[in-house]
Design a protein around this ligand. Sequence first.
Ligand code: NI
Length: 226
Amino acid sequence: MLTRLEGVLTPAQVTYCREVLDAAVWTDGKVTAGAQSARAKSNLQTPEGSAAARELGELILSALGRNGPFISAALPLRVFPPLFNRYDAGMGFGAHVDNAIRFGPDGARYRTDIACTLFLSDPDDYQGGELIIEGSFGPQSVKLPAGYMVVYPASSVHRVEAITAGSRWASFFWVQSMIQDDGQRALLHDLDRSIIEVRTALGDDEHAVVGLTSAYHNLLRMWAKV
Ligand code: NI
């Protein structure tokens, strides 16, 4: 399931991120790629654990912790410290799948259930650069306003189309979810959104609302690994 989240960062937060990244060190993005994806990858990244990445990563994690739609979609157990990349004209990232396991700066292992791209450039800032995600409904093309984020199964083959003009800046990271299975997680997300609609229409005390909420939590209890 692919979910678009609007306004994860405010315009002021995006501007601040851009200012910090403007002054940051950028290195070849192949350093975080696996053997296959390194051949397909051409971009720049801020080094993992750098001061800029740590500061902005905290800002993003703090925003995500207050973001109900993100929590509903991802059911996060833990979030990999955000990384930052940049594609200038001529750069791109061919078809690849992300590593299943990543090591955090503290050496902890993260299973990458969900991949996230948080856009820090507006679509008008560059040409090309669409994130193309392959899935059961065919390839999906994603190019969102700055501050918006896409969340998708990290098991998906995906690519970033070549940039033909301008520059595309983004944060990217992964979530280890309490629900490893994409189908189970999608079902819980659908159910949660429907419950919110029914609560809005009927009120919290309605018998059916209590029953559906109970079903949601009991499915979560059955499937979650925490
Ligand atoms: Ni990737």
